[in-house]
Design a protein. Structure first.
Length: 51
């Protein structure tokens, strides 16, 4: 799983929970979620899997 600087310390199970919640969200909820992260911290870390 590719993680960002904002999620690199987050356990995979927590990330899967976020993905599950977002899958059932509308555009407004997704937009609010995206805006909750600092854009300067969104660089990716680790291996590039599945790209």
């Amino acid at each position: 799983m590719v993680k960002s600087e904002a999620t690199k310390t987050m356990p995979n199970i927590e990330l899967l929970g976020i993905q599950e919640n977002l899958k059932n969200s509308d555009y407004t909820e997704i937009e609010r979620f995206r805006e909750s992260f600092d854009a300067d911290e969104m660089g990716f870390v680790g291996l590039r899997e599945g790209i």
